[in-house]
Design a protein around this ligand. Structure first.
Ligand code: NAI
Length: 250
């Protein structure tokens, strides 16, 4: 991979939604980007749309230890100058706690949380100086009904972030970004693309006056990976247009 800064960032779940915009932002900032995703169709489309010279689409499932091991073994073998790992891949299951199966619970926890342990385990030894950014959620701080697995996983991401920051510093900074409501409906592969109907009331729930866009979270990731953020580690930065700051009385 040839790139202008000589630095490589790995972005998981990079083929759609927020992850796609993180890849696009980092490519524009001069990083070579490894776009990791388990959806080959989405990867093919995203790589074609992004059309960045230093983009490497990489099919892998972040829940599979052997696939994560292989990714970082390849990074080592090829002498990648690994600067950043962005743990963005995530799923949710909105099911009542009495109906949710243990397999579904485990899948959400493995995808959203255990995968971050795996990328830190196999990726951090390859980083001389660098940054890990974990995508958490405001759901680590507040909940709707029937979101136990997702909320627990994101609470874990926020806690794992400060634990890793303390263990891996000063070589590696580790931060989390917690997006609020981000409309990703148009940022999917063609077969899943749609336009979500967002009402004026939806926008007005946000002190910033609008529902979030993927770029809102991607910009913060770009900032945390940059030298401008070199005194920030172990933090969870909420990017939600102020939604969690607004008190609601019914
Ligand atoms: P999305 O569903 O649009 O994209 C997620 C991407 O991750 C997809 O390309 C999918 O194929 C990939 N992925 C899923 N499981 C994977 C696995 N096991 N291995 C590799 N890739 C996998 O999701 P979105 O909305 O862009 O979310 C991205 C992250 O942001 C997630 O961690 C999510 O929890 C978080 N988030 C999203 C918010 C939103 O409102 N969209 C709000 C707060 C947090």
């Amino acid at each position: 991979m040839n790139n202008s800064t000589g630095k490589i960032c790995i972005v998981t779940g990079g083929a759609q939604g927020i992850g796609y915009h993180i890849c696009s932002t980092l490519a524009a900032e001069g990083y070579a980007v490894v776009m990791v995703d388990c959806d080959q169709e989405a990867l093919d489309e995203a790589a074609e749309t992004l059309n960045a010279p230093d983009l490497l689409p990489w099919r892998a499932d972040v829940t599979k230890e052997d696939e994560m091991k292989w990714l970082f073994a390849s990074a080592e073998k090829n002498g990648w100058n690994l600067h950043g790992i962005v743990n963005n891949a995530g799923i949710s299951r909105n099911t009542s706690v009495t109906q949710l199966t243990l397999d579904e619970w485990n899948l959400v926890l493995h995808t959203n949380l255990t995968s971050i342990f795996l990328t830190a385990k196999y990726g951090s030894p390859l980083m001389n100086r660098g940054c890990i950014v974990n995508i958490s959620s405001t759901r680590a701080l507040m909940s709707e009904p029937d979101t136990e697995a997702y909320s627990a996983s994101k609470g874990g991401v926020t806690a794992l972030t400060h634990a890793l920051a303390v263990s891996l510093g000063p070589k590696i900074r580790v931060n989390a970004v917690s997006p609020g409501w981000i409309d990703v409906s148009r940022d999917k592969k063609t077969s899943l693309k749609r336009t979500e109907k967002i009402t004026a009331e939806d926008h007005s729930q946000h002190p910033c006056g609008r529902v979030g866009r993927p770029q809102d979270a991607a910009s913060m990731v770009g900032y945390l990976l940059s030298p401008a953020a070199e005194f920030i580690t172990g933090e969870n930065i909420v990017v939600d247009g102020g939604m969690t700051r607004k008190m609601i009385y019914i």
